[in-house]
Write a protein that binds this ligand. Sequence first.
Ligand code: BG6
Length: 312
Amino acid sequence: MSNSLRATLYQRFEKLPGVRLEQHGQLLALRVENQAASALVFLQGAQLAHYQRQGEHPAIWLSPQCTYQRGKPLRGGVPVCWPWFGDLERNPAAIRRQWRAADAPAHGFARNRDWRLDDVSCPDPERTLIDLSLTVAATDDAAWPLGALLQLHIEVSARLRIELRVSNQAATAFYYSGALHSYYAVSAIDTVRVDGLQRLNYIDCARDWDHGRQHGELAIDGETDRIYHGAWGPIRVIDHGWRRVLHLSSEGSDSAVVWNPWVEKSQRLSDFADDAYRGMLCVETANAGEDFAIVEPGETRRLGFTLRCRPL
Ligand SMILES: O=P(O)(O)OC[C@H]1O[C@@H](O)[C@H](O)[C@@H](O)[C@@H]1O
């Protein structure tokens, strides 16, 4: 980012109450604090890295081992996965065909790019609104030669709301899958149960993409990597250790991904301590598996979630 752009951002936003720009390693971030909550959002990937209600435990988990490098997504927070979810090879042919380069980064390229910070506003002492965007122009991106505008709206208040809007700005329709890949902070993974997935069918990505069906609340007691289909209703992460419920409701999503790497995969993951799996759980608001989207020219699609933290 050029110095003049950086200076403009400081000039525009640092005078707002509770708003500060911060440099973390090579990355620029926006810290906001209001009477209800605090948050940290990186311009790279429009990645929220922290959200905590005043006086409570953090709701979002971020690895203390992050190295804050350009082009490398942070381990934790809410990475924006787009225009494909996970391994490109596991996506429908219509999505695979749109990528023209040899190497396909896991979870797409949006989380590695610099987004624009379009606006920050503080409509009242308990609410801060943040808007970021990323333009992918057909003409300057040979690897993904389509035209898209991505806009991410974040509300930091007593609740956390994140909405991704995907608009088609070109003459050709495109397909995508993706996710708001939330890493939630939990007291201890063995005291956590996930409610709201009962009777849903899932793809078990950790067990050869086998198919399964959820019976009862989900307890995490081994590597878990599942795409649940038909996950329209609210999902509750019940944390008995912190006596807290993370209540999630989603928009524009028919699928939810639940991921915890457990013992062995933790040892292989970048920027992740061997025992970090105990303090986090990903419940991702997704368009994944058979739930993918097509965007016609001029159309806009949305993917979003609202997080409410409630006492148990
Ligand atoms: O290490 P990454 O690319 O951030 O991905 C982390 C995980 O993200 C999850 O969404 C996937 O289901 C997992 O398979 C993957 O391991």
